[in-house]
Design a protein around this ligand. Sequence first.
Ligand SMILES: Cc1cc2nc3c(=O)[nH]c(=O)nc-3n(C[C@H](O)[C@H](O)[C@H](O)COP(=O)(O)OP(=O)(O)OC[C@H]3O[C@@H](n4cnc5c(N)ncnc54)[C@H](O)[C@@H]3O)c2cc1C
Length: 384
Amino acid sequence: MDLTYTPEEEEFRARLRTWLAGVLPELPPKPSPRDWPARRAYDLGWQRMLYDAGYAGLHWPVDAGGRGATPTQHLIYLEETEKAGAPYVGANFVGLLHAGPTIASEGSAGQRARWLPPVLRGEEVWCQGFSEPDAGSDLAALRTRAWRDGDDYVVSGSKIWTSHAEVADWCELLVRTDPAARKHRGITWLAMPMDAPGITVRPLRTLAGSTEFAEVFLDEVRVPVANRVGAENDGWRVTMVTLSYERGTAFVGEVVACRRVLSEVAREARKNGRWDDAVLRRRLGRLNAEFRALWRLTQWNVSEAQSAGGVPGAGGSVFKLRYSHARQELYDAAAEVLGPESLDLGREWTLDRLSSLSYTIAAGTSQIQRNIVAERILGLPRGR
Ligand SMILES: Cc1cc2nc3c(=O)[nH]c(=O)nc-3n(C[C@H](O)[C@H](O)[C@H](O)COP(=O)(O)OP(=O)(O)OC[C@H]3O[C@@H](n4cnc5c(N)ncnc54)[C@H](O)[C@@H]3O)c2cc1C
């Protein structure tokens, strides 16, 4: 694999850098994570700016509304936007990073035309209704039922930990359509409009005071059969596509953001005298090496995915595993540098430290990622 950039790619980088330098100083400050309706408006506004400038859906296929850019250009985009401190995808996370790519890969032409452009234009927000109270790691144990009634599925059950449900327009929803089939076989992937009658969203408050996720209760919600992505009862296969995007590529841009935070932590340590501590310096140095290695791993995963037809493979689990732990270590180091100030909930690093705790759980726990690495990459025997 060649990890150097061509002159065209460097030219693309320079153009993007100039655009970012022009627009970022004009952006208003990001609303607090305690106010998701305001965050939604902010995140959609930024997405619209990217769309207008030709940077939305950069690596999505052209017939899915994207720009058909090379994976390398996409990596340059991630590198430059994160380095420049551009807003993170936020409320657009699910739509842009895994529901959208799943529809681009598995949806019909009509579904692509209906759902993808509004995601790219910053008009619609998606959430993910996969987890249930007894179906998290064991996702195929899900019990939310859907039965056919004419041209609709009628859906009843409940979901939990649904991020951004409070502000979402659409939900990528997993339902059980054949309760008699073996558990992986009777599942279907649906796009559910969040304003359909019968949906109740009850926000959950996190440690940091944010209502980032919610419980979602579904009481005979009608979802058109036309909203099914893939065949009925073939939802597990479609879900594997969604999860491979979620674990494989959805977090990659954040690595560069972590490198930026790491430099800020080092700067703060130099300012407040903590830099004199050789043990702390070594810790920051090790983190620096870790984030650099993770970025190289990202490049490798993206190039492997490209040669395997676009969908990321099990290498994403190595990334997810290492990244989520490195992120926690970064904010622990930041807390050490800040000392007692690290308890101030008004500080961004404090909130980020609290939220970093969830990264080893969300999108599949570390134990599950280790199982995937053991079974699918190392070829070890299945443990269950
Ligand atoms: C911040 C955040 C956002 C989230 N957003 C969403 C969302 O938008 N949509 C959504 O659908 N879900 C979401 N989730 C849910 C998340 O996907 C689940 O929490 C996760 O899959 C773990 O499932 P669980 O909580 O049921 O834990 P469990 O599956 O009950 O696991 C409990 C413990 O047992 C371990 N364990 C379980 N099975 C095995 C096994 N076979 N081998 C080894 N260890 C095992 C786990 O690793 C874990 O340590 C979110 C979670 C968080 C924290």
